[in-house]
Design a protein around this ligand. Sequence first.
Ligand SMILES: Nc1ncnc2c1ncn2[C@@H]1O[C@H](COP(=O)(O)OP(=O)(O)OP(=O)(O)O)[C@@H](O)[C@H]1O
Length: 755
Amino acid sequence: MFWQVEELEVKLLDRTREVERLRSELGATDLEKQLELLVVENEQLKQQLKSWRCLEPHNIDAAAKTCNCSHCPYSQDAEKMRRELLHSKSQSQQRERSLADLEQDMPRKSPRVDSLMWQLHDSTHQQEDYGQWQGEAEHKPTLRSKQCEQELARQGAAPPRVEFVTQTVKADPTDSHRALAEVQTKNVALQEQVSGQRQLLRELQTQLHESQRNCAQLRTQVRVCDLGAPKSLNTYINTCFQILVYEEELQRAQGQLEVEMQNLEEEKNKVIEEAFMRAESQMKAVHENLAGVRINLMSLQPALRTLTCDYNSLKRQVQHFPYMLDKAITEAKHEICQVISEVSSTNQELLLKYKKEMNLRKKCHNELVRLKGNIRVFCRVRPISQDEKDAADARILLSFDSDDDSILYLSSKGKVMTFELDKVFPPQATQEEVFKEVQSLVTSCIDGYNVCIFAYGQTGSGKTYTMEGETDNPGINQRALHLLFSEVREKAPDWNYKIKVSMVEIYNETLRNLLSESSSAKLDIRMKPDGSGQLYVPELTEFPVQSLVDIKQVFELGRMNRATACTNLNEHSSRSHALLIITVCGLNITTGDRTQGKLNLVDLAGSERISKSGAEGTRLREAQCINKSLAALGDVINALRSKHPHVPFRNSRLTYLLQDSLSGDSKTLMMVQVSPSPSNTSESLCSLKFAQRVRSLELSSASAASRKHENLSTPSSPTHDHTEVDSPPVTPIPLPISRASSTVHKVEESVYRNF
Ligand SMILES: Nc1ncnc2c1ncn2[C@@H]1O[C@H](COP(=O)(O)OP(=O)(O)OP(=O)(O)O)[C@@H](O)[C@H]1O
């Protein structure tokens, strides 16, 4: 029995160890199955114990029965054993209850095992996450360092600028420090996680120790039970032995768990160490970058200092700039004033020189005009018309000298006569060419001269064409106004000019204002009441003109007024004198000098002989008036050329009106118009003889005294008005004018014969 009890004790001890091991291994992941197996085996052991219990009383009773003697030492032993057995039974029941309690306690412990398993799982994940994070943490600084390197390379390539360098130097250390701080923060977090894991591990160890303590208590209890257990309970001992086996297995599993935990701990430490190593190497790289940045910064500092110096000097310059600018402006102003004063003095000198030159030029011009004669004679031959070409007696009467533009040849009655004038314009001469020769006279009216330009010739010889021209090819009138405008504009800075225009028609010795509202208004010529002896025409319209539009308006109005007074304008224009009077008043703004010149542009009436035209009645009257005025004009020109003290201006309305423009320093141009038609030969001959005579008289005016004297002895023109107070007998120019009576015819013939 004793050996059975000992055996039972050994089994119980083993069982206790096994239970203790199992208890200590609670919480391990893969021990659940072992625990189940142990529970199953435990059940089997219980079954064996039950069967053993069933057998044991019976054996004991049998033994008691076989040994019924009270004196038998065996019976006493048996009694004792029976008591011990009962005690053991009770203890065994207690142990069963303890085991049942343990079994009941097992499901309660299972959630704890589960939670420990989940914690272990989470720890493993955290370690994995930590490893991943370590990889990211390792990758981020690398990226940042690359960015830093790229940024540094870019800064190196960029031109050194103060602002840019400053910004770059400031930016990189900040970023590196920030990355370092982030890494350090993450390291701290990892440290915290590791410390948490360690804390968890410590808790698990504490729980393990508690479980071991519980197991030890249980073992003590079992040992106590074993001490009182009967040796006969072999099954129970076997069960205890199995329990001890299980406890050993549990212990082994615990050992494995500890090894695994240690491995995990080592792995964790290793991972942490590697992470630290990587972080340190990254930190080192960052520090190296930082050092490189610092070196760059150090190398850039001199440039920065230079730039700062430059900037400061520039700043100083900018600060001083207003003062310097003011100073420079003042100096510039001073210099400019000096230059202006120098220029103005030079200008004054030049102005004086210019004035001297102008006066000289004027004098020269006047001298030239004087040498040429104040009265100049031009001749213009109009082109032959188609009718004239087609005529039966078409011949070429007029010819020109290609080398001398002042010579004209006329073939008449088999003789070739030569006429020398100031200028001869052939038929192909343009309006521009003609005007070019007269423009000096036109501009002299700006200088204050009075100028008269007459177009003289028989009807149809081209007087109106030369003076008025055509719409698209204007004559002297319009061109003269254009020239005056341009000349006045040129002188505008110094001179202020006003140009006024009047248009007058003289028909049958009647003066008509062509620019008035009523075209039939007749004008009179009167002496100025101021005693100056100058003439004026009251109510004569003076139209101020400033532009070409004004000129057009004036000409349009004059043409309209002229047309309304007659039935046939062409015929009427042939029988009347048309005067365009241009007055140019100038005021010198600086000197205050004043000038007043007058340009008279006269389209005379036709000069054909009445004897040829055979006019009667109204025509005769018109012809007489025309002849009278033309003869008067001839007388006046003759008197002027011969420097006669008395000039018979009052002999006609024409000469009376032009008195102030024909006397004194005034300049006169006679444009003799000639028709090339053979049918007009005699008229052309008369006109040319007249022109020749006028010119020869003018050129010989230097020796005119003697001739004047001679001329004075010749009879005056029959048309000369001897009744005029101021018209002493003068030698008239033998104008080829018509005569209204037979006596006139005779005189006319004698006049022509003189040529
Ligand atoms: N140089 C010229 N070139 C071209 N045509 C001309 C020229 N001269 C005159 N004519 C033409 O000859 C014709 C007569 O000219 P215009 O009327 O000017 O003569 P006139 O002497 O004024 O006559 P009137 O005394 O009757 O007024 C016109 O048709 C004109 O166009």
